[in-house]
Design a protein around this ligand. Structure first.
Ligand SMILES: [Zn+2]
Length: 304
């Protein structure tokens, strides 16, 4: 049978994808296209080779891992760093992960591996103070108070104005000073530190839904602008039971946030600048998909 395998795999894959489509078509909207298909990605040859040779050593802790070490946030020995793309981001990203979250399952690490200069991962409850930065930091979290990505700038501007107003109120200046001519009104607004309404940092919570709520309700995150993503369908292979398929994995959420931010806030044309954030994700997604088709439990175990 082995000589026939590639053909068998291909046929089986086609059948399986049709089957999945049929299953999904219970609702009217059918996503027949694989959203990860048309990405601008660096060559994944290094991952293919690594996958064939199996786990290798983490050069930092010596642990045996597949592709990367999820505790040291570095690629393993047989995935040389220079063969991994580097992604430049328009802002910094903080990822807060729950201590109980299994590191090996988290896709947040992909962001740290691919954009190391821009991404920091914190384990809850050890998180930074954002109190003084709430005019330039936002938290991606869905909820009744959340705003869409395109409205980020106007909401940050409002916060700045409120802060300035609040400062003037608190000051000992006589109240008439606040009623000066337009150009001077709230003169603190002319201060360069208040001029920019660009988001400098965005926070993502990396954990299962139940644990996320605990982090979200932490008072240190309460005052921050909350941003909600447009509904996107997840490709996440560990799709969480009982959750809608718009529940994104962390790396998907980061990626889609950046695409929206690029077009809706920076007003620039999106030509795949952040696609490589899905360098590992798209490869692993494909592996899982193929493994499911061929019934290859070993591969599935390796990735899960
Ligand atoms: Zn390690």
């Amino acid at each position: 049978m082995s000589f026939n395998q590639p053909v068998f795999l291909k046929e089986s894959e086609e059948k399986n994808s049709k089957f999945v489509e049929i299953q999904q078509s219970q609702t009217t909207s059918v996503v027949s296209e694989d959203p990860l298909q048309n990405l601008c990605l660096a060559s994944q040859e290094v991952l293919q080779k690594a996958q064939q040779s199996g786990r290798s050593k983490c050069l930092k802790c010596g642990g045996s891992r597949m592709f990367y070490c999820y505790t040291c946030y570095v690629p393993v020995e047989n995935v040389p760093t220079e063969q991994i793309p580097v992604v430049k981001l328009p802002l910094k990203i903080d990822i807060i992960k729950h201590p109980n979250e299994t590191d090996g399952k988290s896709t947040a690490i992909h962001a740290k591996l691919l954009a190391p200069e821009f991404v920091d991962i914190y384990t809850y409850p050890c998180i930074p103070e954002y109190e003084e930065k709430d005019h330039e930091v936002a938290l991606v979290f869905p909820g009744p108070k959340s705003v869409s990505v395109k409205d980020i700038s106007s909401h940050l501007q409002k916060r700045i104005q409120n802060t300035v107003r609040g400062k003037n109120d608190d000051s000992d200046k006589p109240s008439f000073k606040l009623k000066k001519t337009e150009g001077q009104e709230g003169c603190d607004l002319n201060d360069s530190k208040w001029k920019s309404t660009t988001l400098k940092k965005v926070i993502f919570i990396d954990s299962t839904w139940n644990q996320t709520n605990k982090i979200f309700t932490d008072e240190r995150l309460q005052g921050l602008l909350q941003v909600e993503l447009k509904s996107r369908k997840t490709c996440f292979w560990r799709h969480q039971k009982g959750k809608p398929d718009t529940f994104l994995s962390t790396i998907e959420a980061i990626y889609y946030f950046l695409v929206d931010y690029h077009t809706d806030v920076l007003k620039e044309k999106y030509i795949g600048q952040y696609d490589n954030l899905l360098f590992f994700y798209s490869f692993m997604y494909q592996l899982i998909k193929n493994a499911k088709c061929s019934g290859d439990k070993e591969t599935r175990k390796l990735i899960h």
